[in-house]
Design a protein around this ligand. Structure first.
Ligand SMILES: [Fe+2]
Length: 293
């Protein structure tokens, strides 16, 4: 595909990660589990922090984050960059994020291949992009601006989707690959989102995996969807489903023992349930790559 990229999008970013990469299977840090983690120090190699929930000056969440940061490596995962919006970046949001990065030194900082705000309207949903040259150029410009401002690389995550834009000129995997390569950022590959979108749009999830460049993928996500009958909804409210585990095995074969996160955001269960899901992923890593746990 002959994508007409803007001239200034062709440079290579010189920014580097702040910390060595994490390893193994981490769990999303949720307020429901603060006290349990603080008191029991469960054997989890790292936690992912939904960093938008910590952008205040003080409070219980920041208190526990500081305690947990002393015990575990962290990654930061955000929903507020709105990288795909035609609006300018929100520099107040990025300044708050940078301050938290300097304080807690996360191994990775990630956001999504989507848009969440326009003209002052903020959506709680991760809205999908049309797969066009224009959208690619917006994403490249914003990702480069974010990486320059934060002075580190970021990871961008594929979102689940339920509709297609008639203007889309390529498949999602081509779009993701072009954006990551031209913006010179890394990829957080959400295996559940690939399965949900592939099912909803009747495309082949393996074809998606096949086209993602190995050298860009630094982390994977696993989560549970909800079967709505005529489509799958990315609810993060259930255990990981069997077809997603099967796809995860294929991803491990292609990408290696990538750091993997168990995401669970709604109907949050006891921490032991998340640990059991993490153990299942660890066993698969062992089976596929003899990963030492
Ligand atoms: Fe995810």
């Amino acid at each position: 595909m002959n994508v007409q990229l803007e001239q200034n999008n062709m440079r290579t970013s010189a920014v580097v990660p702040l910390q060595p990469p994490i390893a193994g299977v981490g769990v999303g840090l949720r307020a429901d589990h603060f006290q349990y983690i603080d008191e029991n120090k469960p054997a989890i190699p790292w936690f992912e922090v939904l960093i938008d929930n910590y952008m205040m000056d003080a409070g219980t969440s920041l208190f526990y984050l500081a305690k947990i940061a002393d015990m575990y490596p962290l990654t930061f995962h955000g929903v507020g960059m709105s990288l795909g919006s035609s609006d300018k970046l929100n520099m107040d949001y990025l300044s708050r994020l940078k301050k938290l990065i300097q304080q807690f030194k996360p191994a990775y900082v990630s956001d999504h291949l989507c848009w969440t705000s326009v003209n002052g309207y903020h959506s709680h949903d991760l809205l999908p992009m049309p797969y066009t040259d224009e959208a690619i150029n917006i994403l490249i410009r914003h990702i480069q601006q974010v990486q320059d401002f934060l002075e580190q690389r970021i990871l961008i995550e594929n979102v689940s989707s339920y509709l297609n834009f008639k203007d889309s000129a390529m498949q999602e995997w081509e779009f993701l690959k072009l954006v990551a390569e031209q913006a010179d950022c890394d990829i957080l590959l959400d295996i559940n989102n690939i399965y949900v979108s592939a099912t909803n749009h009747n495309i082949d999830a393996m074809t998606y995996l096949k086209h993602i460049p190995v050298e860009r993928v630094k982390e994977m996500h696993l989560a549970g969807y909800t079967d709505m009958g005529s489509y799958l909804l990315d609810t993060h409210a259930e255990a990981v489903h069997e077809p997603v585990w099967e796809l995860y095995k294929k991803a491990l074969e292609k990408f290696g023992s990538m750091p993997t996160l168990i995401e669970w955001d709604n109907d949050i269960p006891a921490f032991s349930v998340l640990q059991a899901e993490a153990s299942k992923a660890r066993v698969l890593m062992q089976q596929v790559h003899h990963y030492a746990v």
